[in-house]
Design a protein around this ligand. Structure first.
Ligand SMILES: *Cc1c(COP(=O)(O)O)cnc(C)c1O
Length: 463
């Protein structure tokens, strides 16, 4: 039987059960964040073939917990959670799409995109929130005095929290940096009935208010922290890495690249790979590449010193608003993860992310600016020879491009700050006559004919 406990991330020896009437996310002894520690010997004790058969059988189930990409791996995701506490909205099970044409542009033809944004609230945050909200249901049943769930957010966390809290009929409170998130991201928690507080600060400012609220305010014991400091979210988010390996017939890619903000997802991806390795389902070692926007790149700067020193910085404006974070709460978890796998981090300019998004969209994707940061990071790492031209690279697409219409509009209208919109496309106004339409079409076709027809078979990245 698999099991897990909360342990101190700094290794001071603190170890507590996750199911408790006074839940905590930080170590009472030394203040470091707690991590969920799986009993990997129990995972390793079962034969890899047994895990394989079990997971494969669940892929055929259409509804309920087994149909969730997260809960179909429930022996590895918060084991000990009673099934009747599960709050699922059909998260996970997102497509893994071959992207050879974009890969050729970036210098890594064996490129794949894990479409985590194809999800209820349009981002991978759903993977973590199903676990966190399910745990809150279990904690309340066990007698914990939780009255509401609370988070600071760059937009997607609050959308996911509000949705899952609404499904569980739990009050949700979100703190957002005023005017620094997209319209879609603001509308989502409002529509789900959350209390939305817009603060005149940035994400890091919202985060410190949230920390005070859950640590020192009179409401502290009644508010449950839903930021990725809370390791329960990482439990759910690690299933994206498991699904990638599963979709590649249980082989591990050479690289998984992802955008990093608060860096919880970097830790989560590493945790997913770690448990898959322990089970014997994958053998090869995957390295992580974290992309950051140059306006908010403290991890990429630390990479230059081999992670010897890390300095938080004030995050500047970037189109990748969901990773506009200068003081990431999971930085130590992320550095441990990168050191474990020999991974690294790359900084990407606004021009590079704008261009990567436009190129991706022109190959049939519709990427969010954060995913564009990861793509541009892959291109840079390939040019520097860090990522090899034959390496299999999976980019974790973290959100749906439709949540970031302001970004797409700015690029195509040639007003994205810091970016030259070389691939901008604009509507052509024509008079309402067949002649006018016909000549516009003829011009378009002529321009298209000069393009080389380069459509690789969608399966040319064969397994
Ligand atoms: C939250 C988020 C990220 C960053 O994830 P972290 O765990 O904070 O590093 C990246 N992209 C999108 C779209 C996000 O919502």
């Amino acid at each position: 039987m698999t099991s897990c406990a909360l342990v101190c991330g700094a290794g001071c020896g603190e170890r507590i059960p996750w199911l408790s009437t006074s839940p905590r996310t930080t170590c009472a002894r030394c203040g470091e964040l707690l991590d969920v520690k799986q009993d990997l010997t129990a995972v390793a004790a079962e034969r890899a073939a047994t895990w394989h058969t079990r997971f494969e059988a669940r892929l055929r189930v259409g509804v309920g917990a087994d149909a969730s990409g997260v809960w179909s791996k429930r022996e590895w995701v918060l084991p000990g959670l009673a099934e009747e506490s599960i709050v699922t909205l059909g998260e996970g099970r997102t497509p893994l799409v071959p992207a050879p044409r974009l890969g050729a542009i970036l210098g890594v033809p064996d490129l794949w995109i894990k479409q985590c944004g194809q999800s209820l609230t349009g981002s991978f945050k759903d993977l973590g929130m199903t676990v966190l909200v399910s745990a809150v249901v279990a904690l309340r049943r066990a007698g914990a005095p939780i009255r509401a769930v609370l988070c600071a957010s760059t937009g997607d966390t609050s959308a996911a929290l509000a949705a899952y809290a609404a499904a569980a009929d739990l009050p949700a409170i979100v703190l957002l940096p005023n005017a620094k998130i997209t319209t879609a991201q603001l509308l989502q928690p409002l529509a789900h009935g959350a209390l939305v507080l817009a603060l005149q600060t940035d994400f890091d400012g919202c985060m410190s208010v949230v920390r005070e609220l859950v640590e020192r305010s009179p409401l502290a014991s009644q508010l449950y922290l839903a930021n990725s400091m809370n390791p329960l979210r990482i439990e759910g988010q690690k299933t994206a890495a498991l699904e990638i390996c599963e979709q590649l017939s249980w082989t591990a890619p050479d690289w998984i690249a992802l955008p990093g903000g608060n860096l919880g997802n970097t830790a989560a991806t590493s945790a997913g790979l770690e448990i898959a390795e322990a089970s014997g389902l994958i053998a090869r070692h995957t390295r992580l590449l974290v992309g950051q926007a140059s306006a908010a790149d403290p991890l990429a700067r630390a990479a230059e010193s081999g992670f010897e020193k890390f300095e938080a910085r004030e995050a500047g404006a970037t189109a990748a608003s969901a990773i506009r974070i200068g003081n990431p709460v999971s930085v130590r978890r992320a550095i441990r993860a990168l050191q474990r796998c020999g991974g690294t981090a790359e900084s990407v300019t606004e021009d590079e992310l704008g261009r990567a998004a436009a190129e991706a969209d022109r190959t049939g994707l519709y990427v969010c600016p954060q995913t564009a940061v990861a793509l541009a990071a892959v291109g840079k790492a390939a040019r520097r020879g860090v990522v090899g031209a034959k390496d299999r690279v999976v980019v974790l697409a973290t959100a749906h491009g439709l949540k970031f219409s302001e970004f797409k509009a700015a690029y195509h209208e040639g007003r994205l700050a810091g970016a030259a919109s070389r691939r901008a496309n604009a509507p052509i106004e024509v008079t309402a006559t067949v002649d006018a339409a016909q000549s516009a079409i003829a011009r378009y076709l002529e321009a298209s004919d000069t393009r080389r027809l380069s459509i690789p078979s969608p399966l040319s990245n064969s397994l």
